[in-house]
Every structure is written in C-alpha cells, then in structure tokens.
Design a binder for this molecule. Structure first.
Ligand SMILES: [Zn+2]
Ligand SMILES: [Zn+2]
Ligand SMILES: [Zn+2]
Length: 424
C-alpha cells in the first residue's frame, strides 16, 4: 500500500469487531501513538475555522459541500447504538444550519463524503460500504475500546466485577475464604500499610486511656485489639468471620485479657446494651460491610454520651474500586509507569475485587464521602477529625517501591474520629 505505515488502523480494528465486513486499513504513516490511524480515520479540515479536527468531531453537509467542526457550531447528542458506540453527535452546518452526523456515524449510515462520492480520498484507503448496519453493533457497552477502559486493558492486573445484588454472593464465605491468607500476613503487626499508615493513626485518634471500655468491631485476627489491650484498655473484639478464630488462638497463647465474641456487628446493641462503651473502633472493615447505616446506628447506641468512634477505610476517592492503577508497560516495576484511572465514584453496587490473578476475591461496598458524613448525622454523630496519611521522606528512602510517587500524591486510606453528641 502506497505511503502506508506498517501498523493497522486502531479504528478499523475496533470497528471490525462489530462489523464483520469492515476493511482493515494501514495507519497512513508510522505513528508512534498507541492508536495509529488510517487516512479515513484521521482528521478533516473545518471549512469555517480551518482547523484539522478528529473525524468524530466534524460533520459533512452534502447540501453545502462543507465541513463544520464541533468548535464552530452547537452539537446535539443522539442516543443510538452503532459500531462500538452508544451515541453520536450531530453538528449544525455553519452555512445552512442543517444538523449533520459527525463522520463516525456518517460512515456507519453510508453518508460519509468518501462513500457518497462528494470527496475522493487523496491517499489510498479502502472505504467501507455498509450493507447490514443492524449487525454492525457491538453488544458490549461500555465498549473495551472506550478511553479509560482501553488504557486499563493495556496495563491492569486488578479485576473489578460489579454485582447486580448480594444474592449472587454470601459475604461471609468471602471473608472465610480470605481468613487463612489474611491471618498469615500478620506475623508482626500487620502488612506494610497497616504498620506504617493505618495503625499509628488509628491509635493516635483513639488516644486510649487506662481502663477505658473499648469495642473493636470487625476485629478480624485481632492486631488492633491486642494493641489496645496492651495500652490498658478493657477491650472486647467482635467479628462474625472465621478470622476471629486466629484472634482467639492468639489470646490463648498470650493472655491479654481480651474478650472475643464471634457475632454479627449489626447486633452489638442487642448483645452489649445501650451506652456500654467509651469508645468503638472499626479498622479497615466498613467498606466491606453491606449495611453501614445499620452499623453506624448500632455504634451510636452502644457509645456513651460524647463517646468516640474511630474508623479506618480504604479511601473512597483514591482506592480500588473507585480508582484503579494500571502500569504501562504492564510489567514495569517503576512507579513512574503507574497511571490512575478513576472509575465510577457514584457506583453503589457490591463489587468483587481480585487484586491479581493469584489472589482470592474481596468484596467491597463503594460509598461517597457524603454518604458517610450524612449517615453519621442521622444517628447524632459528627466527624471531628480526619486523617489521610501521606508518606514521609524516611519511608520513601526505606521503601521506595511502596511509597515513592504513590503515597506522595494521594492517600490510600481515610481514618476518622467521630463523636456521639446530644445535639447537632
Ligand atoms: Zn481506519
Ligand atoms: Zn471549525
Ligand atoms: Zn449545509
């Protein structure tokens, strides 16, 4: 092919996935882009502003024989599934005001200027002549070729699956399946993040005083619980998953006087009675608990007046599943090659996350920051302090792979102090 590069056009490849008869063109020169393009799928010159515009942002008026780009006229959105898209733009012709479809849809419905003979391509290109457009529709929306999903597919190792409802999965079995793996990661006070970012902040905000009655909700294998017992608190740990078996075993081996109970966090008011604790702590669990509103109500009930609730969660904005990290190249070990992609912050469906192909599934419940703040208000509680741990020079030096660039720029965790009040 004359003047053609050696790479196939990105759009031709994507469109062929939806339209079986779609011809593949070569990108018109050797383009370094991750989306090399053929001449047909390149740019067209707007007759009004004279600027070269991507073919999906410019429309041809066959009455006036003119191009008008999105910057020169109003666009309108038409919802319709075609090729790999679920909508197209119409752009009002600058000359006659007629709304014409942008060239991506024009190509699909056979009105592209190359298809109707209004223009002859200057470079060698095979132009698609659609016959059966009904078949030329992808049934995958969002399509894998869409912006952030396309980038994600190039360098992502974390699988995020949104569930329609909890009927599809039993949360307890997820945690029980995780228990052996999880407990094994805690030989000396937790994983890297717990050790350096979460536990120090949880303990600082808790500010434990000798003899205080504290409840550790969803205590898991009991690392935080043991920290608090050692500081002289009278502590109870509760968890309904098999994780607590490890905590109980530890207590038998080294007695700290912790009272463990295998029970549901949503029953604490029933079990312990109203106003029975000075403080409640919930470490890295709320984002895994389905009914957080019921939990907050229970916490408010078991707390004394002015009692404190300290909780830590994965950051609602910067952590999986709201945000995911990709590496390009996928196998790069340098943090400079990490890219963060914000998915849907408002997504509320239960979500399964598999961190890498070898790990077991975790279950997340995504919520917004306002969900948390407003739910506390409903049960007479107010957030009085928040912490979003950042890395330090010392940590960067010692653990560059874990913290350099990463935890300099964004917080992975959110730790908060909440107070029970009589009046808001
Ligand atoms: Zn093409
Ligand atoms: Zn223009
Ligand atoms: Zn016109």
């Amino acid at each position: 092919m004359n003047g053609a590069g050696s790479k196939l056009c990105f759009y031709c490849i994507e469109y062929k996935k939806a339209a079986k008869d779609y011809p593949l063109n070569y990108a018109f020169a050797d383009q370094e882009e991750i989306t090399p393009r053929c001449y047909l799928h390149w740019q067209y010159e707007c007759d009004s502003c004279k600027s070269m515009t991507h073919f999906n942002g410019i429309a041809w008026c066959s009455d006036c024989k003119e191009f008008t780009c999105l910057n020169c006229a109003d666009e309108h959105m038409v919802k319709k599934k075609f090729l790999v898209y679920d909508y197209y733009y119409t752009i009002d012709c600058k000359k006659c005001n007629k709304p014409n479809p942008a060239l991506d849809f024009a190509e699909f419905n056979g009105s592209h200027p190359f298809q109707i003979g209004d223009l002859i391509p200057k470079e060698d290109v095979v132009v698609w002549m659609p016959i059966n457009t009904e078949e030329a529709v992808s049934n995958q929306f969002p399509n894998p070729s869409w912006g952030s999903i396309r980038v994600e597919s190039m360098g992502n190792i974390t699988t995020i699956t949104r569930l329609e409802s909890l009927d599809e999965i039993d949360p307890k079995t997820v945690w029980d399946a995780n228990a052996p793996d999880w407990a094994g990661k805690w030989p000396k006070g937790g994983d890297f993040n717990h050790k350096h970012f979460i536990i120090p902040e949880v303990l600082r905000l808790l500010d434990v005083k000798e003899g205080e009655k504290i409840l550790d909700v969803a205590c898991g294998e009991g690392t935080v619980t043991r920290h608090l017992a050692k500081k002289g608190a009278r502590i109870t740990g509760i968890d309904y998953s098999n994780m607590i078996d490890y905590a109980m075993k530890k207590e038998r081996e080294e007695r700290l006087g912790i009272n463990y109970l295998k029970a549901d966090a949503l029953k604490i008011s029933e079990i312990f009675g109203k106003e029975s604790f000075d403080k409640v702590v919930c470490n890295m669990a709320i984002m895994d608990i389905d009914n957080y509103k019921a939990l907050f109500k229970q916490v408010s009930e078991v707390l004394i007046e002015n009692g404190l609730f300290i909780f830590s969660i994965t950051h609602p904005c910067f952590s999986v599943p709201t945000t995911t990290t990709v590496r390009i190249p996928r196998d790069s070990q340098r943090n400079e090659d990490k890219i963060r992609i914000v998915k849907n912050y408002f997504e509320k469906r239960p979500t399964l996350v598999q961190w890498n192909p070898d790990s077991v599934n975790l279950l997340y419940f995504q919520r917004t920051i306002s969900d948390y703040i407003n739910t506390f208000r409903e049960v007479n509680m107010v957030i009085t302090e928040m912490s979003e741990p950042q890395t330090s020079e010392k940590l960067k030096e010692k653990f560059p792979r874990d913290t350099y660039i990463d935890m300099e720029m964004i917080p992975y965790f959110l730790i908060a102090k909440v107070k029970k009040v009589t009046e808001l």
